[in-house]
Design a protein around this ligand. Structure first.
Ligand code: URA
Length: 291
């Protein structure tokens, strides 16, 4: 049912338990009942649920100002408005990005896929590129690496924290660019992590989810995920089932660094003049937002 796009897996389970679903005219309340999509007739409140001929798996580069909540009728733009596909599949966002946050987010009409990618036990790492106000100290970076205390509890240690750049200036114009990889998805987590160590986020972009990078998708544009990418995302095992130390098989951002860039990570960052954020894979000029 969830794969047909009518609701999340949990909502569909509730409907089944409430006796709203029939298979071949008979109410079915047992969860996990198997049906043959080609031969069985499944109805919800007397409407036939058709299995989708195909599912959609889409990667979007979300601009700032677009919301990921489908029910926000006041929002100027909703994430699904960015994708115009014939047949209007019932796409839903896979997780959330704040309205002000840009970058990579997936949309799909496959409830199983959405559920799997958003379930906390899969711990899919996500990389964010943040420009924060002020010069971030080595102690601050270490705190992010170790985990910081937020109102809703301690964060897990970050998978990776890289200081990319700092401005020359001190005072109001000073900034630091940090790449941060975390595997949790709490509300406004990155902004709150930086706030805890005394830095407001000026600009935030999600640049990678698991093995999938934002590279090549202009802001506001989208592309289909490939079969290989979908397989990589869905074949991730929950961490408790991983037997080796290595958490994922795709390259981390550190492994993608050129030798020169990697070398620079071990030293204090080079400074450069402040300019527009260089965090995006696209060249569009953008204003700053405060977090
Ligand atoms: N962390 C944030 O603060 N915002 C997002 O949109 C995602 C992660």
């Amino acid at each position: 049912m969830a794969a047909s796009g009518i609701g999340s897996r949990r909502t569909c389970e509730e409907w089944i338990k409430q006796g709203l679903v029939k298979v071949n005219g008979v109410v079915v309340t047992e969860l996990g009942t198997r049906v043959d999509p080609a031969n069985d007739k499944v109805t919800f409140r007397s409407k036939i649920i058709r299995p989708p001929l195909r599912n959609y798996y889409i990667a979007v580069n979300k601009p700032a100002g677009v919301v990921c909540t489908l029910s926000d009728s006041h929002a100027a733009r909703i994430i699904t408005d960015l994708v115009d596909i014939q047949g209007k599949p019932m796409l839903r966002p896979v997780g959330r990005l704040d309205a002000e946050t840009e970058g990579l987010i997936f949309l799909s009409d496959d409830g199983g896929f959405i559920n799997r990618l958003t379930h906390p036990r899969y711990h899919i790492p996500k990389t964010y590129k943040a420009r924060v106000r002020g010069h971030i100290s080595a102690t601050g970076l270490q705190a992010l690496r170790d985990g910081v205390m937020l109102a809703d509890g301690m964060t897990a240690p970050a998978r990776q924290v890289i200081l990319r750049n700092t401005s020359r200036e001190t005072g109001d114009d000073a900034f630091s660019d940090v790449s941060l990889t975390i595997a949790e998805g709490r509300n406004r987590q990155v902004r709150r992590m930086f706030a805890t160590i005394g830095h407001n986020v000026i600009h935030l972009e999600r640049s990678q989810i698991g093995p999938i990078r934002l590279t090549g998708i202009p802001i506001g544009a989208w592309r289909h995920l490939t079969q290989h990418e979908i397989a990589m995302l869905t074949e991730t095992k929950p961490e408790s089932e991983n037997t080796t130390e290595k958490k994922e098989s795709w390259p981390t951002e550190q492994q993608h660094l050129t030798p020169a860039r990697a070398r620079s990570q071990s030293n204090l960052p080079r400074t450069r003049r402040p300019g527009p954020p260089r965090t995006s894979s696209n060249s569009r000029k953008r204003g700053s937002t405060t977090g």
